[in-house]
Design a protein around this ligand. Structure first.
Ligand code: NAP
Length: 326
């Protein structure tokens, strides 16, 4: 593994999972972080290669938490919180990729929600945080387009926002599940977690709470691809806009990881990149004005590991873009 006295030593818990592996790959190329340990559960003891680097997974219980300044926790939701606590007690700062500490999770302590593009207040909170809750993949694709519309008072009170989003299969993690076998998902496309029951609902509702008064209907779909999320979001707005893209452009013109474009975003354009691409279109033929917003991201990069490193860069006063694929 990398070692350099000048680099910031970091460790990854859950490094053998999809998000953890993506983190390891990015960290091994990062100019300022050095990967000091990588843990696994069932895959403990295995050695894997990331390009020319070889990494041997240690058991999570054997992670030398007190030897690093930062721990990325990529454990399954439910399992993460105790390990976040142990890392803190060992003196490390933490970026947690699970649901456990995000808005709506019910934790009493205020943990900054690491979606830097929400603005200066978020960046300041992340910069000084001991623990950051890294956002979920679907919420990143849905909240980044919606928040500016709320902030610009474009969504009428009582509106119903309908977000349909499709994710590649890596979104479900790499523990074996029959319904995720290749022969089950290939040539298929289906909704799941219907009826506003997906666990990302709470995070989105809690983040939008206070920005406006609207209902969110969120239906995830399983896309027979390895990675990528495409979200289509139907939003009532208070008035017809001569330029439907303008509110998003105004919000994100200086953001390196948000691409507001006039064409339709496609998954191949965001593949392995730490970006969200989005556009907005006026809907024709509706009796009140509505926008269709489409957004695309790579669930393992901007939806997980890339955004986690973006937050870590902020926490350690580095250039926010350092080591990230744009
Ligand atoms: N996949 C995504 O697109 C995505 C996006 C955003 C956020 N996240 C979040 O990131 C976290 C990891 O997701 P993932 O998709 O990478 O999951 P995953 O592929 O299932 O990986 C889970 C990791 O945790 C380890 N692990 C499982 N149970 C454990 C336990 N009880 N104690 C210690 N280690 C344990 C696994 O080790 P072994 O494999 O060796 O058993 C593996 O390294 C989750 O909280 C998820 O919600 C995922």
């Amino acid at each position: 593994m990398h070692s350099s006295v000048n680099r910031i030593q970091v460790g990854v818990l859950g490094a053998s999972g999809y998000a953890g592996r993506e983190l390891c790959g990015l960290l091994l190329r990062h100019p300022s972080f050095s990967l000091s340990f990588a843990t696994a559960n069932e895959q403990r003891g295995q050695t894997v290669r990331f390009g020319s680097a070889a990494v041997t997974y240690v058991a999570t219980e054997d992670a030398p938490l007190d030897s690093v300044r930062l721990v990325f926790c990529a454990l399954p939701h439910g399992a993460a919180q105790p390990w976040v606590q142990l890392a803190r007690e060992a003196g490390a700062r933490v970026v947690d990729l699970s649901n456990d500490l995000r808005p709506g999770s019910g934790v009493s302590e205020h943990i900054p929600y690491g979606m830097p593009e929400l603005g200066a207040e978020t960046r300041n909170a992340v910069r000084s945080a001991q623990v950051v809750a890294n956002p979920g993949c679907y919420p990143t694709s849905i909240l980044l387009p919606l928040v500016p519309l709320f902030r610009q008072n474009l969504i009428p009170p009582g509106a119903t926002i309908i977000a349909n989003a499709a994710s590649g299969v890596s979104g479900a993690g790499n523990s074996p599940k029959r319904e995720l076998l290749f022969a089950e998902v290939a040539d298929d496309y289906r909704a799941y977690g219907v009826g506003n029951t997906h666990r990302h609902m709470k995070e989105m509702v809690a983040t939008l709470h206070g920005l406006g008064d609207a209902d969110l209907v969120f239906t995830p779909h399983l896309l027979p691809m390895a990675r990528g999320i495409l979200a289509s979001i139907t939003v009532p707005i208070v008035k017809e806009l001569s330029d439907p893209i303008a509110p998003l452009r105004a919000a994100y013109e200086h953001e390196p990881f948000v691409e507001v474009i006039s064409e339709q975003p496609a998954l191949k354009d965001v593949h392995r990149r730490n970006v969200v691409r989005m556009t907005a279109t006026t809907l024709q033929g509706t009796r009140s004005p509505m926008l269709l917003i489409t957004s695309a991201l790579d669930n393992l990069v901007k939806g997980a590991a890339g955004q986690a490193i973006q937050n870590a860069n902020i926490m350690f006063g580095l250039d926010e873009c350092e080591g990230l694929p744009t």
